[in-house]
Design a binder for this molecule. Structure first.
Ligand code: BG6
Length: 507
C-alpha cells in the first residue's frame, strides 16, 4: 500500500529549489503591484521563501530615483501586507530593489533594464534567472514581449528567463490567439506563465487534494450520482474605481472566462497521471473542449445577464452601476452573469453545471456545490421525512474556507423524524496557520519554473471558445438588460436556467 508521501499524485507538489532570481515588474507602481505583488514578495521574504539571492526591479512610466521607488514599495507593503512589516526584513528586501522609468514602447527603457539586470549578475558573478512580470494594461503585453526579444532579454545563457502575463489574456478568442502568436514568436511556451490568481488560492488547490487524495468521492464523481453542480463567485463590492476597465469587460470576461472556468475544469477533470504542469493542464483542456458552447442564437436559454440597480450592499448604500464614477451613460455592460453549461463526456454527460457571478450581490462568497441525486425511495413516513434534501457537498473557497457535506440524520426523540445536518471541515480550525495569499504561491511557482497553476496557450483559447458565442449572442440580442437591486442574489431571471427541482443556493 502506498502512503500519502509515496503517492505519485502528491509527490509532484514538492518544492523545487530556487535559483538566484531577478524579478522585474512592469507596471511596478501600478495598483496590482502596490496592493498585491509587493506585499506578496515581502511575505515571501519574511518566510525565508525567496531565493537566497534575489533582486527586484520596478519598471514604470513615472520618473523617480531608486530611493523614491523603495519608499513607494515600503508604503505599499506597510499598507497591504497580510502581516505587519518587520523593519529588518523590509529594509534588507528594499536594499535589493531598483527602478527603471520610461514607457514600454521606448527601446531605451530596455537598454537601461538590461544594464541594471546585468549589473546584478556581475556583482554576484553568476547569471541570475530573470522573471519579467507584466502587470500592465493588456495593450502592452505584446509590446513588452517584442522589446524583450529585440533586446536579447528573452534568453540568458546559464539561466532561465520567464515571463508572467497578467489577465486579461485577450478580450475574445481572436485576440487571445493573436496574443499567443506574438508571445510565442519570441518565447517558448515553457517560459510563459499566464496568471489566473484563483489557481493560487489554497482552497482552489485543495480541490485537487480533496478529489485525488481521498478514495471516498471518486466512485460518486459522475453522472450516475451527481444531479447538478453550482459554481458561485459572488461579490458584495461594486466596480469601485475600475469602471474604465470593467465597463469594457463585464462579468463574463472578468470572472467567468478565467476564474470560473478554471474552477469548473478542476472539478470535472480526470485524475492526472502526475502533477506535472502538462499532465494537469492536458486534463483541464479536455474538460474545456467537452463543453458545448451555446449557440449565439439560443443564448437566452442558457445564459442570463444583469446589471445592478441602487440598493444596499457590503454594509453601505450602493449606487446603481450606471451612477458609478466613470461608467458611460446607458452602458449595457453586465455586472452579473449566470450560465448553464454541460460537459459532454462519459463522466458528465447530462449533468447541468450552473455558474453565476456578480458584483453588488448579497455577500462575498465563492463556492462549488455538488448536489447528489435523491435516494430512489424514501421509506420513511411523509411527516417524518419532511425537509429531507439530497446530499450536497459544498466546497467553499472564500470566506469560511472549508468543505461541508449535508447528510440526513434522525432527530433525537421517540419518533422517526429526519432532518439534514452538516459535516464540516474548516480551514480556520483544522490548520491554525494563516494561508498565504494567492500571489505569494504564484510568484514562487513562476520563480521555480513550475507552470502547473498557470494557464497554457491552448487552455486560454479553449476558455475563449466557450465565451465567444455568448458575447456574440448578447451583442445581437435586443432584450432589455435585467436590473437587480444591489445587495440581493441577482436577477430573478436566473431561476429560468434551472432544470426542474434544481435551485440556486442563497448567497
Ligand atoms: C479579479 C477581477 O480577477 O478577481 C475582479 O478582475 C474581482 O473584478 C476579483 O473582484 C475577485 O478576486 P477575489 O480573489 O477577491 O475573489
Amino acid at each position: 500500500m502506498t502512503t500519502v508521501a509515496e503517492n505519485p499524485l502528491v509527490e509532484g507538489l514538492e518544492r523545487l529549489p530556487v535559483h538566484p532570481t531577478t524579478l522585474i515588474i512592469f507596471g511596478g507602481t501600478g495598483d496590482l503591484a502596490q496592493r498585491k505583488l509587493l506585499p506578496a514578495i515581502y511575505n515571501l521574504a519574511h518566510e525565508g521563501a525567496l531565493p537566497e539571492r534575489f533582486n527586484l526591479i520596478g519598471v514604470s512610466r513615472s520618473d523617480m530615483p531608486d530611493d523614491e521607488y523603495r519608499e513607494v514599495a515600503r508604503r505599499s507593503i506597510s499598507s497591504y501586507s497580510r502581516r505587519e512589516a518587520d523593519p529588518r526584513v523590509l529594509d534588507s528586501l528594499l536594499e535589493r530593489v531598483r527602478y527603471v522609468s520610461g514607457t514600454f514602447d521606448d527601446p531605451a527603457v530596455f537598454e537601461r533594464l538590461a544594464t541594471c539586470a546585468t549589473e546584478y549578475d556581475d556583482e554576484a558573478g553568476i547569471p541570475f534567472n530573470r522573471v519579467f512580470y507584466l502587470s500592465t494594461a493588456p495593450a502592452f503585453f505584446p509590446v513588452i514581449v517584442g522589446q524583450l526579444g529585440r533586446h536579447g532579454l528573452d534568453r540568458r545563457e546559464g539561466a532561465e528567463v520567464r515571463v508572467v502575463i497578467e489577465k486579461p489574456f485577450g478580450t475574445n478568442l481572436e485576440e487571445a490567439r493573436s496574443l499567443n502568436r506574438d508571445v510565442l514568436e519570441v518565447l517558448d511556451e515553457s517560459q510563459v506563465f499566464r496568471i489566473d490568481h484563483y489557481l493560487g488560492k489554497e482552497t482552489v488547490q485543495n480541490m485537487l487534494a480533496f478529489r485525488f487524495a481521498n478514495g471516498l468521492f471518486e466512485p460518486l464523481w459522475n453522472r450516475n450520482y451527481i444531479d447538478y453542480v453550482q459554481i458561485t463567485a459572488a461579490e458584495d463590492i461594486g466596480v469601485g474605481t475600475r469602471a474604465g476597465y470593467y465597463d469594457s469587460s463585464g462579468a463574463l470576461r472578468d470572472l467567468v472566462q478565467n476564474h470560473m472556468l478554471q474552477l469548473l475544469a478542476l472539478l470535472c477533470m480526470e485524475p492526472p497521471v502526475n502533477f506535472s504542469a502538462d499532465e494537469v493542464r492536458d486534463e483541464k483542456v479536455k474538460v474545456l473542449h467537452a463543453i458545448d458552447p451555446p449557440d449565439p442564437l439560443r443564448c437566452a436559454e442558457m445564459t442570463v445577464r444583469g446589471q445592478y440597480a441602487a440598493g444596499h450592499a457590503g454594509g453601505e448604500e450602493s449606487h446603481s452601476y450606471l451612477d458609478e464614477e466613470g461608467v458611460p451613460d446607458g452602458s449595457q455592460t453586465e455586472t452579473y452573469a449566470a450560465l448553464r453549461l454541460g460537459v459532454d463526456n462519459w463522466r458528465w454527460a447530462g449533468v447541468p453545471i450552473y455558474l453565476r457571478t456578480g458584483k453588488r450581490l448579497a455577500r462575498k462568497v465563492t463556492e462549488i456545490a455538488v448536489t447528489l441525486k435523491p435516494v430512489p425511495h424514501l421509506a420513511f413516513s411523509q411527516e417524518g421525512s419532511l425537509g429531507v434534501q439530497p446530499n450536497q457537498l459544498v466546497l467553499t473557497m472564500q470566506p469560511n474556507e472549508g468543505v461541508s457535506l449535508s447528510l440526513v440524520a434522525k432527530i433525537p426523540g421517540t419518533r422517526m423524524k429526519l432532518r439534514p445536518v452538516n459535516m464540516e471541515f474548516l480551514y480556520g480550525t483544522a490548520f491554525l496557520s494563516q494561508s498565504p495569499e494567492a500571489y505569494e504561491r504564484l510568484i514562487m511557482d513562476a520563480m521555480r519554473g513550475d507552470a502547473t497553476l498557470f494557464t497554457r496557450n491552448d487552455e486560454v483559447e479553449a476558455q475563449w471558445r466557450v465565451i465567444d458565442p455568448i458575447l456574440e449572442g448578447w451583442a445581437q440580442s435586443d432584450d432589455a438588460l435585467p436590473q437587480y437591486e444591489a445587495g440581493t442574489d441577482g436577477p430573478a431571471e436566473a431561476d429560468g436556467l434551472l432544470a426542474e427541482g434544481h435551485r440556486w443556493r442563497a448567497i
